[in-house]
Design a protein around this ligand. Structure first.
Ligand code: 3PG
Ligand code: MG
Length: 377
């Protein structure tokens, strides 16, 4: 792999940054709450994470123009997806820094349309990708500019890549992967790829019901993906063949057929629904995390937004904080859970990317990185 240019390389190539107009692709896709009738940012972590790059550039006299997507407006301008709340927050954190309107208001962004790239780099002297969380997307603003103008990776992108590739290429053992969330389908590649690098994989969240179904256990009315049952069967066999341990929960909490809170084993009765791992599984998962030397966690163990079903996720989050292992958390939901439990300062790294961190662990590369190395997308 050829080297990715750094901010210093860009400064050298442009003969200094003073007076230069630099387009910085950031991932300002922040969570918003509109229940008050006004869109309020509930977590500005992704905005703050871009400040080291923005400040480095402005301190050297560059005019910084930031650009991001927000949500999925599907190629047309929609006021409920405007960057206004982000722009207001950015103005407080980095006065004088411009922010373009939502890149996904133009279908050329997700379509990686070359005319849209031309428009983005018009009047721009250099480009910086600091949007780690979006660098797994081969979208115009991610893969287009490096072929047009001198380009570099920003500090956030660099740091994320160093940490996640470090885990992938130089794991400390036991290396434990902890996966949760509802869907196995989106994470299939990474489950397989993780089986090659981790020593054991802990699986919670609704995706465990698809594994239970693969084991022939009754799952009641719990959420599962029927199309993925065969794949889960294969993964269970593959894990065994590779000598890896797959830890599945053996107790669950949820609701019974009448909708009342209930505790189950790993067999969910008719009409019942599992919403969280049970206390026995949470304790067992804690042991695995405490004995690890490296842990990567993506996806909550249950429906932690409901306080009846937060306990599994809270226990795993606490174990992540307490273990001596090197701990990395990727993904908006797990990061939000850590923040909710005020444990976000107690892990070694909270990644700004969910899908991006999984894909980087899986492939060891991302479209955004390849573009910065000068390779065609
Ligand atoms: C994210 O929030 O995961 C990134 O900003 C990417 O967003 P996307 O999944 O809508 O492409
Ligand atoms: Mg720790």
């Amino acid at each position: 792999m050829s080297e990715i240019p750094t901010l210093e390389d860009l400064e050298g190539r442009l003969g200094g940054l003073s007076g230069k107009r630099i387009l910085v692709r950031t991932d300002f896709n922040v969570p918003l709450d509109d229940s008050s009738g006004e869109r309020v940012i509930t977590d500005d972590f992704r905005i703050k994470a871009a400040l080291p790059t923005i400040n480095w550039l402005t301190e050297r006299g560059a005019t910084v123009v930031t650009a991001s997507h927000l949500g999925r407006p599907k190629g047309e301008p929609k006021p409920e997806f405007s960057m206004d709340p982000v722009r207001a927050r950015l103005a407080e954190l980095a006065p004088g820094v411009e922010l373009l309107e939502n890149l996904r208001f133009d279908p050329g962004e997700t379509g990686n349309d070359s005319a849209f790239v031309d428009q983005l780099v018009d009047g721009i002297d250099g480009y910086v990708n600091d949007a780690f969380g979006a660098s797994h997307r081969a979208h115009a603003s991610i893969v287009g500019p490096p072929a047009r103008v001198p380009s570099a990776m920003g500090r956030l992108l660099q740091n994320e890549v160093d940490i996640l590739l470090g885990m992938r290429n130089d794991p400390k053992r036991p290396f434990v992967g902890v996966l949760g969330g509802a869907k196995i389908s989106g994470k299939l590649g990474v489950v397989e790829a993780l089986l090659d690098v981790v020593d054991s994989l802990v699986i919670g969240g609704a995706m465990c019901f698809t594994f239970f179904a693969a084991q022939g256990k009754p799952i009641g009315d719990s959420l599962f993906e029927p199309d993925m049952v065969d794949t889960c069967k294969r993964l269970l066999t593959e894990a065994g063949a590779k000598g890896k341990t797959l830890h599945l929960p053996d107790d669950m909490t949820g609701v019974d057929a009448d909708g009342n809170f209930a505790q189950f084993g790993s067999r969910i009765p008719d009409g019942g629904k599992g919403f969280d791992i049970g206390p026995g599984s949470a304790a067992a998962f804690t042991d695995v995390i405490m004995d690890a030397r490296m842990v990567f966690w993506n996806g909550p163990m249950g429906m932690f937004e409901d306080e009846r079903f937060e306990s599994g996720t809270r226990t795993v989050a606490q174990a992540m904080a307490d273990t001596k292992a090197y701990t990395v958390v990727g993904g908006g939901d797990s990061a939000a859970a850590l923040a909710q439990f005020k444990l976000d300062d107690d892990v070694d790294h909270v990644s700004t990317g969910g899908g991006a961190s999984l894909e980087l662990l899986e492939h060891g590369d991302l479209p955004g990185l390849a573009a910065l190395r000068g390779e065609a997308a």
